[in-house]
Design a protein around this ligand. Structure first.
Ligand code: PGA
Length: 250
């Protein structure tokens, strides 16, 4: 089966509405001819609506950086799936290591958010990845596979087939240290095997697995040449239209 590559830009806490609109306006002509690849930008909550309006009718899709599992209610600071759907959001980044490390996001929370997003028709981009300590302990595959299994708990195989998983070694995020292609492939392959084992081979074959962590125009080609790497979740380089476009057009 051939999986459509997916390149997503995670803007994190960067870009005001004006800056976000300008970035997408600059990006539109640069990526308009990119075919056979899904292009996603994930602005902050305040810029989502404006960026979505600018991107509407183009090949750029919009993702949020989080979503809550309840439909509405007393959840200060959270955003619901209906709120995201209303403004054309199609993807949501969930369980990013920054959310896990700085804001207490748990595997259980990631799973609940993912289920709610999927049920609402928003594609979750579920992040997983190990710290440097875990990497050096040698137990990184177990760690990542366990995160993925917990995040996917309660999904059916058919549903898992439509999800996106982002493997992001924490030691490679924002550090300029990209994992080697072999390191990225090793873990992405292990994730796919774990999906085959927990669900079925068809789900494993279909689920898209991104690599994330200091992805740059210079590294994307070799990453994408790995059989189990189906795309990238891009942080820093997604803030520059030229760099992000070069990554999209790997
Ligand atoms: P980076 O961030 O590309 O700046 O390393 C990636 C991410 O955290 O998604």
């Amino acid at each position: 089966m051939s999986r459509t590559p997916i390149i997503a830009g995670n803007w994190k806490m960067n870009n005001t509405i004006a800056q976000g609109k300008a970035l997408v306006e600059a990006l539109i002509p640069l990526v308009k001819d990119a075919s056979g690849v899904d292009v996603v930008v994930c602005p902050t909550a305040t810029a989502l609506s404006a960026v979505s309006a600018v991107a509407s009718g183009t090949n750029i899709h919009v993702g949020a950086q989080n979503v809550h599992w309840e439909k509405s209610g007393a959840f200060t600071g959270e955003i619901s799936t209906d709120m995201l759907k209303e403004i054309g959001v199609e993807y949501v980044v969930l369980g990013h290591s920054e959310r896990r490390d700085y804001f207490g996001e748990t595997d259980e929370g990631v799973n609940k958010r993912a289920k709610a997003a999927y049920a609402a028709g928003i594609t979750p981009i579920i992040c997983c990845g190990e710290s440097l300590d875990v990497r050096e302990s040698g137990k990184y595959i177990d760690h990542v596979v366990n995160q993925v299994k917990l995040a996917l708990d309660g999904f059916s195989a058919d549903e898992v087939a439509k999800l996106v998983i982002a493997y992001e070694p924490i030691w490679a995020i924002g550090t300029g240290k990209t994992a080697t292609f072999e390191q990225a492939e090793e873990v992405c392959k292990a994730i796919r095997e774990a999906v085959a084992e927990k669900f079925n081979p068809a789900a494993a074959d279909a689920v898209r697995i991104q690599y994330g962590g200091s992805v740059k125009p210079a590294t994307i080609k070799d990453l994408m040449a790995q059989p189990n790497v189906d795309g990238a979740l891009v942080g820093g380089a997604a803030l520059k239209a030229d760099d992000f476009a070069a990554i999209v057009k790997f």
